[in-house]
Write a protein that binds this ligand. Structure first.
Ligand SMILES: [Zn+2]
Ligand SMILES: [Zn+2]
Length: 297
């Protein structure tokens, strides 16, 4: 887990974040994803500066192991001077050694956030789910942590004032907010009440607006007027000529030339690509996350 540096904002990793959500649904299945309908409760990972450091860290790690349902995994948490915020040794287990940066000795309330990320590394390691390259794999880890109910801790560790800022994890605050919002929309959850950091709350609000936008893209009927107009023009073009590909639109028409026209677009929940015939109003169901989609193709 990275540490320090200026806080990056916006959505620079959005494509990888979305690919991570799709990969999670593919690897875990709808049923397993839905067994994570409850998030880690604030009281279960609370840690104050008067708690015993080592006993407290072990307790929080146990709670995360329980949350992710890693039955026989045991986390041994230690502290040392290091450049990174935290690290875990990925072995066959059942014991895993987690190292936390010495600074957590005096920032105990963020230990839950750091452990949420490190224990997720163990979870994904046991699933044998990874993305190639450190950057993408860390984005997968943060996205999975958040989608499965422990990532609100990472976003809440983002704090800024006039003198300093701090953030944990590889996603930007807005990207954490986005994944958290996508989770909230699936499970009907309101994580905003758990935030202690006002900056985390703001990032969640922005992320929610972004997640809502995914649900308002054509050919979904919830698309706005401008989007629908653009879609109708692109469809006309695809019917008359070979379909042009617009990298800025989320949908594509196929095939070029002969045969009935079809449109492919990302599922607003899991981002798996869905293909349906172009034939007006219809209802489609995502085969991966089972979201029912009202479309006007
Ligand atoms: Zn990591
Ligand atoms: Zn889906």
């Amino acid at each position: 887990m990275a540490n320090g540096g200026p806080v990056e904002h916006g959505y620079p990793h959005l494509e990888t974040v979305r690919a991570a959500i799709t990969a999670l649904y593919k690897r875990l299945s709808y049923d397993t994803i839905h067994s994570f309908s409850a998030s880690v409760a604030p009281a279960d990972v609370a840690f104050c500066d008067t708690d015993d450091l080592h006993l407290g860290a072990q307790r929080v790690a146990r709670e995360l192991v329980r949350h992710y349902r890693l039955p026989d995994a045991r986390m041994i948490v230690g502290f040392r001077e290091m450049t990174h915020a935290a690290n875990v040794e990925l072995t066959a287990g059942p014991e895993y050694f987690v190292e936390l940066n010495d600074r957590f000795r005096s920032h105990r309330r963020d230990i839950g956030a750091a452990l949420a990320h490190e224990v997720m590394h163990v979870y994904l390691h046991r699933l044998d789910l990874s993305f190639p390259g450190t950057r993408d794999n860390e984005i997968l880890t943060d996205t999975a942590t958040t989608y499965l109910g422990a990532g609100w801790l990472l976003l809440d560790a983002f704090r800024e004032d006039a003198a300093s800022s701090q953030k944990l994890g590889y996603l930007t605050p807005e990207e954490f907010g986005y994944v958290l919002a996508k989770r909230a929309l699936v499970f009907g959850e309101d994580p905003s009440v758990w935030f202690t950091s006002p900056q985390a709350y703001e990032a969640y609000t922005r992320g929610m607006a972004m997640a809502r936008r995914d649900e308002q893209q054509p050919p979904l009927t919830a698309a706005g007027w401008a989007g629908r107009r653009r879609y109708a023009r692109d469809r006309r073009h695809a019917q008359d000529h070979a379909p042009a590909s617009h990298p800025e639109t989320p949908y594509t028409f196929t095939p070029d030339g002969r045969g009935p026209l079809r449109v492919t677009f990302p599922c607003p929940t899991c981002h798996q690509r869905i293909r349906v015939p172009v034939k007006g109003r219809m209802r489609a169901r995502c085969g991966l996350c089972r979201t029912v989609l009202e479309c006007d193709t």
